[in-house]
Ligand binder design. Sequence first.
Ligand SMILES: [Zn+2]
Length: 294
Amino acid sequence: MYLGSVKFFKHFIVGIVLLLIIGLSFAAVYLAVMNKNYQKQISELHSETVLAQSTEKPDRSQESEALEYQELYPEMYADLSEKTTVSPHTIYLTFDDGPSDRTAEILDILKEKNVKATFFVIGKEGPKEKELMRRIVDEGHTIAIHTYSHKYEDIYESVESYLADFNKIYHLIYETTGVKPDMFRFPGGSLNIYNARLQMELSSELTRRGFTYYDWNSSSGDADIKTTKDSVYANTTKSAANKDRVIILMHDSVKKKDTVAALPDIIEYFKAKGYDFDKLTNDVKPVAFNYKEE
Ligand SMILES: [Zn+2]
């Protein structure tokens, strides 16, 4: 008898196994086809999305919305220099916090020594100070912005307050001398405890407006409370040692008599070392604190 025999069971098992193989093969082919269709749908969807995005009008309401302070003072812009100048073996004398009676004395020395310098001025509106601003320009020096009020707590309160102060000194310089200033120096330098919080935003905004800022890599130390003619000379020559391009921080506010007294010797010292003197222009590559030239 075939049914129920050992042979029957053998055939039965072989049949089941064959059916399983065939069934699994069909399932595999089916899944492969489905997967292919699925991939196709995805790529179609993707290209539709891309197409939709490219034909859609871009949402300008988000991307072109300026920060409020970017819209303030629409005339307060400068032309950024397209080139960068690196003059070797050059001294840039810079004087902050003037003009004052000391400025007049410094201008006399610079004229006598045939040296050009840079003055980062503050908001002094008297006729004498205005005359000095004009003299700075007439005698071929650079006039640039320091600050109007020089009150750290006020100017560094926010980007808006810095811009408000900047706008005042910008217009004072422009209306007094006819020069549109395009450079500035942050009071206390570009990074200090007063402005660290908004330094990035502030420097970005002023750079966006085309203004170039200059720190220094040598200091006369004349901002110290106790100075002498010798200390100003020593600080300047020491801090400039081994530097090729030197931006020297000095002050021409009214109390800086030691700076005036030391200046002729400082100029002679650097001349003897073969340095050229120049004024800053906005193409001069800036230096930053602790910045080392290669
Ligand atoms: Zn200052």
